[in-house]
Design a protein around this ligand. Structure first.
Ligand SMILES: [Zn+2]
Ligand SMILES: [Zn+2]
Ligand SMILES: [Zn+2]
Length: 313
């Protein structure tokens, strides 16, 4: 019972506060919100202007409207948490960082084998011959790191991380290996935005302007047939605007055109949709239907206020 109640759109909306709703609108218009990873940390440029979005995101996630996806992981300092971390190679014997990346080479002429840095001034330390063309005269046997402090060589130096903020030095054993998330709206979240949330936001905005707004009500048409609308906006009891929120399927558009023809001309008829361009093309301006874009909710509210505001003058 409680389960079924929680699934009611109205009660879901009541679970979400102002910032969660704002965030959900923002997310619904993006396929995915990607982080920007830099030395200063993880940022979400598309959410930068939204206050408190971290908390709001948790609320949306908890209710299944948003899901997070791990897109990468970052090495972070276990002491201070900073991701401004550099990697260093160290000598496996003496722990010195003073290693030189070189190659083991063999002098083709005399067979002497050593690291290339030992062939000082391009001269073979054994036979004393000048190396004029290293590519041809020295056979490479692979890359090694040579410690300039103790002389030991390794093909696999010890790797350590250094925190550039607090100077802490740590290895993979101590490192905090943090996930970096991208966010995306779930199907359920998208559905909520395109119907119930828009309806709720529009209703509240128009009520603030002094209109009465009813949801899912019928108005009698001029033909005598009644039609059902998502929202009906009244001033002093008389309907001034009827609103439908539609996806833009063929049947919906046809239905909208019929409703417009039957609706008294002094009543505005507004369609709110994600597919404004397609619907506008379909009705080709032939009827006085206002088609508004759902996706920019602030602009949408502005336009609605202009339409009803213009009429009340
Ligand atoms: Zn640190
Ligand atoms: Zn030689
Ligand atoms: Zn060493």
């Amino acid at each position: 019972m409680a389960e079924a109640e929680a699934r009611q759109p109205g009660s879901i909306i009541r679970l979400l506060d102002e910032s969660a709703i704002r965030l959900l609108f923002r997310l619904a218009d993006q396929i995915v919100i990607m982080p920007k990873v830099s030395l200063t940390g993880i940022e979400y440029p598309q959410l930068r202007d939204l206050e408190d979005w971290g908390r709001a995101m948790k609320v949306l996630e908890k209710h299944g409207f948003v899901e997070k996806v791990v897109i990468t992981r970052l090495i972070a300092c276990p002491a201070c948490g900073s991701a401004n971390v550099a990697t260093q190679y160290r000598c496996v014997k003496c722990d010195s960082y003073n290693l030189e990346r070189t190659r083991i080479v063999q002098h083709l002429v005399c067979g002497y084998t050593d690291t290339q840095i030992k062939f000082k001034n391009d001269t073979c330390p054994k036979c004393g011959l000048k190396i004029t063309n290293p590519e041809a005269e020295l056979i490479s046997l692979g890359v090694v790191y040579e410690c300039l402090d103790c002389g030991s060589r390794t093909s696999r130096p010890k790797m350590v991380h250094r925190c550039m903020e607090c100077d802490n030095i740590f290895t993979y054993r101590e490192a905090s290996y943090r996930p970096v998330y991208a966010f995306r709206v779930t199907e359920e979240g998208r559905r909520l935005v395109s119907k119930e949330l828009v309806r709720d936001v529009v209703r509240k905005a128009l009520e603030t302007e002094g209109f009465t707004v009813e949801e899912d009500v019928t108005l009698p048409g001029m033909s005598g047939v009644s039609h059902k609308y998502t929202l009906v906006v009244r001033r002093d009891g008389s309907p001034v605007m009827a609103i439908d929120i539609i996806m833009g399927r063929e049947a919906e558009v046809l239905d909208a055109m019929v409703k417009r023809m039957d609706l008294a001309p002094e009543i505005e008829y507004v369609i709110i949709t994600d597919n404004r361009a397609a619907i506008t093309r379909r009705i080709a301006g032939s009827s006085n239907i206002r088609v508004l874009d759902r996706r920019d909710v602030d602009k949408l509210i502005e336009e609605l206020k202009n339409i009803v505001g213009g009429r009340s003058l």
